[in-house]
Design a protein around this ligand. Structure first.
Ligand SMILES: Cc1cc2nc3c(=O)[nH]c(=O)nc-3n(C[C@H](O)[C@H](O)[C@H](O)COP(=O)(O)OP(=O)(O)OC[C@H]3O[C@@H](n4cnc5c(N)ncnc54)[C@H](O)[C@@H]3O)c2cc1C
Length: 509
């Protein structure tokens, strides 16, 4: 195990891509094996040292920003244990970078569909955040591909959770560690929204136990090993960035492409428009990168990037279908960037990545904490939410860009502020946007998670009682509340859980 305490090294573990200030830590522990990861947890628990698990630090909610104590970094746990083309399964350690893993599986003719735009993320971080990305429109989030997790609790107890093996009984979930201790959790009776969603713990009657740990944001245990499902690589892909000359045109196009994709997936033959990615860029997002992409048409008010998997036999016919759909909704069809080769498709993905990456740089330059929407609503409510954003941003005279996963009715509006007064105005607008998304049946977070910067909104979403029950679940697995301090729950809330609530949901054997 590497142990670091010098100030220069400490500094690089005190933040993440949210640019949240105030991180502090006394020591960095860098285990080189899974056994050392377990030892680090036991040691900190024994000494009652708060600990924060760190992946690559690309998270956008301050979840990896430590509130004192130790940072336990997974950066040396980088073994790809196996990739089996026969079973289409792979096993990795949590520090493996998503990019390296995707390249490795592609060498076996396989695809790992989860693709949060930032491919430098570590696999453990993507599971802890249940990350999504452009391909989530077709394939779902990381959760859909996680088959087995090896998790260490703070006391060193090991849980091996295989999908399909352990289920809750109604709202009671019992987890038995390899050493024979049973932890019994009482699940709050909440209903998760019917959208892409990651806020708070995944909780459902009769749920699969593995789902509790996916998206738990480093608060319940350390993910030490991950087994995922893979799929065969598609034969070919067609892709394009389409520019639109009217706002109604782009919204109608998205609705038509979404409806066509759902219809194709429901057919037995499955031949027709079936986007695997439908991503949006508003006028300001296009302007934001115009200096690097001079062929963006000057009259474009918005753009959509799509990808679809095809075969040699279907490619031409499907391209025709996309041309028809495009020409019905925009006069800028001839300005579209189509990509048939892998190289050209990579360039479109780089264009997609350039926008959030530049936004991240901009908030760092402005020395501003990130204010970015991550709400999703049911498809039928999306235009209402989008119109609300525009009305609010315009009335408050804010500078913003909007981009993201419009296929899932989930876009990121990033607000840039240059004074404390403007920052406060932006926060107030963001607050109203969150409440609007909730009123429309949506979620406070579709993919980035709650972390530290959005935890107050968990109570808006589920009510105080449900959040107290979430906290009681955490205290059952981490009685001293040492892991991921400040994430999901304030320290005060976590400490305030009365003992009788814990007694209700803990039975150690
Ligand atoms: C430019 C850019 C674009 C992005 N686009 C997307 C996107 O499209 N979709 C999306 O979903 N996200 C996106 N993100 C966010 C980010 O990439 C993801 O949240 C990512 O999954 C976090 O992984 P990480 O390794 O960086 O985790 P970190 O930031 O290091 O940690 C995140 C959380 O995971 C916990 N954690 C880390 N490792 C473990 C472990 N082994 N066990 C338990 N908990 C652990 C940490 O404690 C923390 O709570 C983007 C980020 C950037 C900067």
């Amino acid at each position: 195990m590497l142990i670091k305490t010098d100030q220069d090294t400490l500094q690089s573990y005190l933040s993440d891509a949210s640019n949240m200030p105030g991180g502090s830590a006394d020591i960095i522990l860098i285990p080189e094996t899974q056994a050392e990861l377990r030892e680090a947890l036991i040691e900190c628990t024994h000494k009652k040292i708060p600990m924060t698990l760190a992946g690559a630090g690309t998270g956008l909610t301050g979840a990896r920003v430590p509130c004192g104590g130790a940072v336990i970094s997974t950066e040396r746990l980088t073994r790809i244990v196996s990739i089996d083309p026969n079973t289409q399964r792979a096993v990795v350690e949590p520090g493996v970078r998503l990019r390296d893993f995707q390249v490795a599986v592609e060498e076996h003719g396989l695809l790992y569909p989860p693709d949060p735009t930032e491919r430098s993320a570590a696999m453990g971080g993507t599971v802890a955040c249940n990350s999504s990305g452009a391909r989530t429109f077709k394939y779902g989030a990381t959760r859909a591909f996680v088959e087995r997790l090896r998790v260490f609790l703070t006391n060193g107890d090991e849980l091996v959770l295989r999908r399909g093996e352990t289920y809750a009984h109604g709202n009671t979930l019992s987890l038995t560690s390899t050493s024979g201790t049973t932890y019994t959790l009482k699940l709050p009776a909440i209903t998760m929204p019917d959208t892409k969603h990651v806020a708070g713990y995944f909780v459902k009657p009769n749920m699969d136990a593995i789902d509790l740990f996916i998206g738990s944001e480093g608060t319940l245990g350390a993910i030490a090993e991950i087994e995922v499902r893979l799929i065969p690589q598609p034969e070919r892909i067609i892709a394009g960035v389409i520019f639109f000359d009217s706002f109604d045109g782009v919204m109608d196009f998205v609705e038509a492409a979404r409806a066509a994709s759902f219809a194709t997936r429901a057919q037995p033959s499955g031949l027709g428009i079936d986007a695997r990615a439908l991503e949006y860029f508003d006028y300001h997002a296009l302007n934001f990168v115009r200096s690097e992409y001079s062929s963006i048409p000057s009259t474009a008010v918005a753009a959509v990037w799509f990808e679809q998997e095809v075969s040699d036999a279907t490619e031409e016919q499907l391209l025709e279908r996309w041309y028809e759909l495009i020409s019905t909704h925009t006069a800028l069809g001839d300005d579209a960037w189509f990509a048939i080769t892998e190289k050209a498709q990579q360039e479109l993905r780089a264009f997609r990545h350039a926008i959030p990456a530049k936004a991240y740089e901009r908030i760092r330059e402005l020395n501003q904490r990130k204010i970015g929407t991550d709400m999703a609503v049911p498809d039928s409510k999306f235009r209402q939410l989008y119109d609300f954003y525009i009305e609010e941003f315009t009335a408050a005279q804010l500078t913003y860009i909007i981009f993201g996963h419009i296929g899932n009715s989930h876009v990121h509006a990033n607000i840039f502020t240059s004074s404390p007064e403007e920052f406060e105005r932006a926060k107030a607008v963001y607050h109203r946007c969150v409440l609007k998304a909730l009123e429309l049946g949506g979620t406070i977070s579709a993919e980035h998670g709650v972390g530290k910067i959005k935890r107050a909104y968990l109570q808006n979403m589920y009510g105080t009682e449900a959040v107290i029950q979430f906290a009681a679940m955490k205290r059952t697995l981490d009685p001293d509340g040492l892991l991921g301090r400040g994430t999901l729950f304030s320290e005060e809330l976590l400490a305030s859980i009365p003992l009788e609530r814990l007694a209700l949901c803990t039975t150690d054997e």
